[in-house]
Design a protein. Sequence first.
Length: 370
Amino acid sequence: MTADHEHDNTPSDPPTSTSAKRWLQSPLRKWREEITSLLIALFSSFLIGGMLILLSGDNPLLAYAAIVKGAFGDSFGIASTITRGLPIIGAGIATGWAFKAGLINLGVEGQLLLGGMAAYIVAVSVPLSPILLLSLTILASMVAGGLWSMLSGWLETQFDVPILVSSLLMNFLAIGLVSYMINFHFLEVGGSRSQTPMIADIQRLPRLVPGTSLSAGLYLIIGLVIAAMFMLRRTAHGFELTMFGANREFAVSTGVNPVRMTLVTMFSSGMIAGMVGFILVFGVHYRMIDGALTGPGYAWTGMMAAIIANNNPVGIVVGGLFFSAVQTGSSAMERTHGIPFEISFVVQAIIILLVASRKGFSGLKRKDTT
């Protein structure tokens, strides 16, 4: 009896050890699979891009070396890469925030455009001290972008208009509206292009590296990334948002209001996009230029970064800087070797296709092993 009693109270080490190993190995295995598949996608995309360069009669090794040198070869290249990466990262977080909740916000381009326009109008119209005016312009950009984005959420919740459709179409409305404002209300007299007068020197974001366009907008993006990570991991709203995106029916059954979550998430996504517009206007161009905020495709490149990073803010930073480096380095490649800049877009498109398909391949692999 005593022996049996002692035996019953003996800790069952093997099962506990096995459970602990499984608990530790499960996330590690997932991360390992994600990183491995991502590296394969990157390698394959550059291999295909190299074949295209080779077919055009150029050396792919020299071309890729020129990309790396152009993006990271000196302080100017590094500053240019970061400068181009800031709006990509901001747009990626704006897109990823909506994606995290299962909402396909394709209107980031229009939201950042209206955000920049709203900030500019406040800057040239409201007489305040520089610090107060700076705060008001940032607020104006975020509110403008947020309200424009929330309109798509309202259309879905009230009239069943899919956010994917309405947000995409509203980009064209925003582009037309801002173009009208620039050309008919704020056009610079005697200017050589469709643009507004510059904002005052005291209103501009300070430059961090002389001779480059790297501005204090860097600090805003860093703060944005930290805030997004904190919200997602440490707040009840972040938990509900993630749960809403993973399983909407279950989230609603636990008490999450779908209308409120949709509107708040879209407003938050638009606020982030609007702040990106502020950074571009007050840290790079110092004015509104027709097509300058939409031409480089910051919103769409940011969306690619969000897809690659699975909407993780830190991963979006890495993806945004990667795409920025490819684009910045490709400009240098075109200057030094005459290889078309469009090769970079081919590489980026292939990366997205391979990254998007890797989940399908892994799903097929799991089915085969069962």
